[in-house]
Design a protein around this ligand. Structure first.
Ligand code: JSK
Length: 447
C-alpha cells in the first residue's frame, strides 16, 4: 500500500442542488420553475417523477447538516433557488426564501463547514420562461438583479460563489437535444441561450466586483474528455468539433474573451450564428477567481458523415460503464485538467462535481456501494496526478451528498454517498460515505 497525500489546505466536500433535494415546491412563497413545469409534462421525466418532495431537505436542515458534520467535510456546495428568492423572476425579494437559506448558511458555518453557493442550477422562474426565458436577452438583467439580492443577503457569510452550473446543460442539452427543461430542440435557440447565459455570468461577476462583495466568484462548466479513435485527420477533426462544442465553447469566452474559431466557423458553415452585441465578450470575460470543473466521463470519437452536426460518433470501447451506462474514464479526468491548465493558464480550480451512478440496495442497514468507492478512488488518484503535475486544484466535491432527483431520469439514478428511501425519506450513509469520511479526515489516500 502506498499513501497519496493532498496539499494541507486542500478542501474536501460534497455537492447538491435545490430542485434535486429540497422538495417543498409550493412552500415559503416559492413559485414554479421551468423544472416544475417540465417534470409535470407527461413523458418528460422517467416514471413521472417530480421535485415536489425530492429529499425533503427544505424541512431537514439539521438532519442534513449532521450528515455533513459526521462526514467531516470542509465545504458543502448547494444551490439557491431563484424561485424562492424572487418568485416572479423580477421584482420583490421573498423574505421567506432568504430566511431558509440564511438558516442553512448560518448552521453550516456554526458547524465549521464552508458554504459554496451556486446561484443558478437550472431552476429558472417559470414567469421568466413565459417571456422567452434565456432566449430573451432581458433575462440577463433579471439574473443580475437576482444575483445582487443574494449577494447582499449573504455577503460576509458566503465567500465562494458560483454563477452558473453546467452551461452546456442549460443551453445545448435543454434547447437542442431537448432532454432537460424547457425541452426545445433547435440549435440556433441553444446557441442564443448559451450566449445569453455567458453574458449573464459576466454581468453577475461585474456586479459582484462593483458591490465589493467579500470572497471569490467563479463558474462551473461540465467537461468531458474525448479521444480520437485514430490519428486520421477525419477522426481528429470530429473529436475536436465534438469536444470543442462541449468544453471550449464554454471555457474560451470566459477565460480568453473569444469563442473557439474552429467551432464558430463550423456553425456558420452550417447556417448558425452567434449574435454578439458590442461589449458582450468583454463582459463575458470578466476575470473570475476560480474555475469550477464538473467531470464524469469521456469517450472515443470518430468521423461519421452525417451522423450529427459534427459528422462524428462516439464509439464503444473497452472502458467500464457506470449504472448510468456512462464510460468510466478516470485518465480522462487527468487529461482534461492538464489540458485546461495548458490552454487557459494557472487559474485555481475546484472540482465542483465528480461522482457516479451506482445502484446498491439497503440490506440490514448497510449499502455496499463498493463500485462507487472504486470510481471515486480512481478519479481522486487521477486528480492527484494532475495536482502533482502542476494543475492548481484547490478542492474536490463529490456529486452527490445524497441520492436525489436526477433530472429526466427522476429518482432512478442514485449518485449519493447517502442512500435515500424515497418512501420514508430515511437517510442511510453508504459504505462510500465512510470511505470518503476517512479521506476527508486524513487528507490522504491509501492505494
Ligand atoms: C449530472 C451530460 C449537475 C447535477 C447532476 C447529462 C449530462 C450530465 C448529467 C450529458 C448528457 C446528459 C445526454 C445526451 C447526447 C450527446 C448532473 N450535473 N450530469 N452532469 N452531466 N452528449 N454529449 N455529451 O445531476 O445536477 O447528454 O447527449
Amino acid at each position: 500500500m502506498t499513501t497519496v497525500k493532498f496539499p494541507d489546505d486542500f478542501k474536501w466536500g460534497t455537492a447538491t442542488a435545490a430542485y434535486q433535494i429540497e422538495g417543498a415546491y409550493d412552500e415559503g412563497n416559492r413559485a414554479p420553475s421551468i423544472w416544475d413545469t417540465f417534470a409535470k409534462t407527461p413523458g418528460k421525466v422517467l416514471n413521472g417523477d417530480t421535485g415536489d418532495v425530492a429529499c425533503d431537505s427544505y424541512h431537514r436542515i439539521d438532519e442534513d447538516i449532521r450528515l455533513l458534520k459526521e462526514l467531516n467535510v470542509d465545504v458543502y456546495r448547494f444551490s439557491i433557488a431563484w424561485p424562492r428568492i424572487i418568485p416572479q423572476g423580477r421584482g420583490e425579494v421573498n423574505a421567506e426564501g432568504i430566511a431558509y437559506y440564511e438558516e442553512l448558511i448560518d448552521k453550516l458555518i456554526a458547524n465549521g463547514i464552508e458554504p459554496f453557493v451556486t446561484l443558478y442550477h437550472w431552476d429558472l422562474p417559470q414567469s421568466l420562461q413565459d417571456e422567452g426565458g434565456w432566449e430573451n436577452r432581458a433575462t440577463i438583467d433579471a439574473f443580475v438583479a437576482y444575483s445582487e439580492a443574494v449577494f447582499h443577503a449573504f455577503n460576509g457569510k458566503v465567500k465562494k460563489w458560483i454563477t452558473l452550473n453546467e452551461p452546456w446543460c442549460i443551453s445545448i442539452l435543454s434547447n437542442y437535444i431537448g432532454e432537460h427543461a424547457p425541452g426545445k430542440q433547435d440549435l440556433q435557440t441553444a446557441l442564443d441561450v448559451a450566449h445569453h447565459i455567458l453574458v449573464a455570468h459576466g454581468k453577475s461577476v461585474k456586479r459582484f466586483r462593483e458591490l465589493a462583495i467579500e470572497g471569490e466568484i467563479g463558474y462551473a462548466p461540465n467537461t468531458e474528455w474525448r479521444t480520437p479513435y485514430s490519428t486520421s485527420p477525419e477522426d481528429v477533426l470530429a473529436t475536436q468539433l465534438r469536444s470543442g462544442s462541449f468544453n471550449e465553447w464554454f471555457l474560451s469566452p470566459v477565460l480568453k474573451g473569444e469563442y473557439p474559431e474552429l467551432l464558430m466557423n463550423w456553425y456558420e458553415k452550417k447556417g448558425f450564428t452567434v449574435k454578439i452585441e458590442p461589449g458582450d465578450m468583454d463582459i463575458i470575460s470578466q476575470p473570475i477567481d476560480f474555475l469550477g470543473i464538473n467531470y464524469y466521463t469521456g469517450s472515443f470519437i470518430r468521423h461519421a458523415s452525417g451522423n450529427d452536426i459534427f459528422d462524428s460518433e462516439e464509439i464503444s470501447s473497452s472502458l467500464g460503464k457506470t449504472d448510468f451506462n456512462w464510460n468510466i474514464y478516470a485518465d480522462g479526468f487527468y487529461q482534461v485538467l492538464s489540458w485546461i491548465t495548458a490552454t487557459y493558464g494557472q487559474i485555481p480550480i475546484y472540482i465542483t462535481e465528480n461522482g457516479a451512478c451506482y445502484e446498491a440496495d439497503l440490506v440490514d442497514g448497510k449499502v455496499n456501494d463498493e463500485a462507487r468507492i472504486n470510481f471515486l478512488r480512481d478519479h481522486i488518484m487521477a486528480l492527484h496526478r494532475a495536482i502533482s503535475s502542476g494543475v492548481p486544484v484547490k478542492g474536490y466535491m463529490v456529486w452527490s451528498l445524497m441520492d436525489n432527483f436526477e433530472w429526466a431520469f427522476g429518482y432512478s439514478k442514485p449518485f449519493g454517498l447517502v442512500h435515500i428511501d424515497f418512501n420514508t425519506l430515511e437517510r442511510t450513509p453508504k459504505e462510500s460515505y465512510y470511505w470518503y469520511k476517512q479521506l476527508s479526515s486524513s487528507n490522504q489516500l491509501e492505494v
